[in-house]
Design a protein around this ligand. Sequence first.
Ligand SMILES: C[S@@+](CC[C@H](N)C(=O)[O-])C[C@H]1O[C@@H](n2cnc3c(N)ncnc32)[C@H](O)[C@@H]1O
Ligand code: SF4
Ligand code: SF4
Length: 496
Amino acid sequence: MKYYFNPNYKLIDDKNKVVLLSRYSFSRKDPRFEGDIQFQTFIHPIYASLLAFFKGNDLETTFNEIHTFFGIPLDVIKTQLLKIINNKEQQYIDFEDTSIVFPEHTIIASNHIIEEYEILDPESFLNFSEVDINPSRTSKPIDLTLMLNTKCHTNCIYCYADRRNKIDCQISDARINEIIIEANQLGMRGFDLIGGEVFLHKNWYGIMENLIKYDFPPFVSTKLPLTNIQIERVSNLKLPELQFSLDVISPNKLTKLLNINGEKYLSNIKVMFENLKHYNINITIHTVLSKDNCNLEDLKQLYEFLRNYNISVWKIDYVQKSLFTREDFSKIKVSVNDVVSTTSYLRGLSQLETKFKIQFSDIISQKQNGLIKAKDDFLFHQSRSCPANVSSFFILPDGNVTICEQLFWEKEYLIGNVKEQSLLEIWNSDAALTLYNRRKKIENKESPCYSCEESNYCHSNSLVCFRDVVFSYGFDNWDYPDPRCFKASKPIYDLQ
Ligand SMILES: C[S@@+](CC[C@H](N)C(=O)[O-])C[C@H]1O[C@@H](n2cnc3c(N)ncnc32)[C@H](O)[C@@H]1O
Ligand code: SF4
Ligand code: SF4
């Protein structure tokens, strides 16, 4: 048997620590292997070095190599590392006065050689002086998303994006290539593209080709019915995943939700999906449920339709509130009853369906998404941490950089511009660091965070989502708790 550090994870050297995280951004993974799609933690560099030894040899050879390299007794090596081989659940390993968490299936066994396996050098992680694996901001960005334009083929009533100005990309192709190269040199994990409509950028093919060349297979979501020529080009690129957003198949509802001619749009989608079949391209479908389509009849029709095509995953989410949604949110939000009935239908369906995976917002992710408030500190501490300005940022089509993809051009949250600055300059800019540090010392006595004894833990683990705070309490109240926090007061603007 051959043992490998799971290709669905990645190690990023970050000065006094190593980031151990899922290999791909946007919750993706190589389907050939097990692995957690949303894992991220800091580990001691020695553990990164140990993991690098698992490159396809058998266990005895690997343990002996580690023993020779570090001089650690074989029984100690075995006691520590056997816990994280083919482990079905996360495992904790005690190191000095702390405990390090490892993801499920950290090391995997394979009975054949894994082609194109990226061999890591165990020594490359050992140039550290002082180690600090406490939660903190990474010294360089880990992920970024580039918004190529705010133009679309459709004009969806529920859209969260700030598309008040319809603009094309104002960053030159040459500059985009430089940024891709810098991201690669920084050893970043993710460089993704978003719109508006990515396929309306005149050089979408060139940009995607370069991203793939520099090891950033991009996540792309579209609502544009792609032509045969576009599909042929997508096929040439061998994009690992393409997402098509489709909410409903009733032509009348498509017309209402997307502001297009629903009949024509549906027939173009059918042609596109047939062509995708021809090229053997599997796609992910993303469905957003809002008032008009959050019912069993529309979901069943959509499900029967999707079964005819090459679908790998069907993701279903409930519409979220944004500052920029054109429609009054109360007119498009879903009711609790509709959530309960659709969730129960989808739960049953996901157990029966064998052609594709069905992913939907169960109660736990609704809690994480702020739909349900945590009742105690335990639940809040379990909730998702916010990566904005902690490990990721977002580039707008005019080159401005904001910390969060949903804050768009809100001035306070802009930290630089890629037309004039490098990625690392922006990451280490005064604007970025000031924003990161300002929640550490909250001076507003009205905010429950002011006197909260959890403040340190909460801040260092980035439990507060900037977007949710300002969407819930207004921009002036940026220093209020995350609305999911057990100490938070009722939001002024309800997110639900
Ligand atoms: C903003 S769009 C950009 C990519 C492309 N224009 C598209 O629609 O697929 C990314 C995804 O967010 C979804 N989306 C847009 N507004 C939303 C909202 N208010 N709540 C939940 N999802 C939303 C879209 O349906 C799409 O799947
Ligand atoms: S959801 Fe996508 S296609 Fe629809 S308006 Fe927003 S960005 Fe454009
Ligand atoms: S959000 Fe504020 S009140 Fe809630 S735990 Fe964090 S610091 Fe405390």
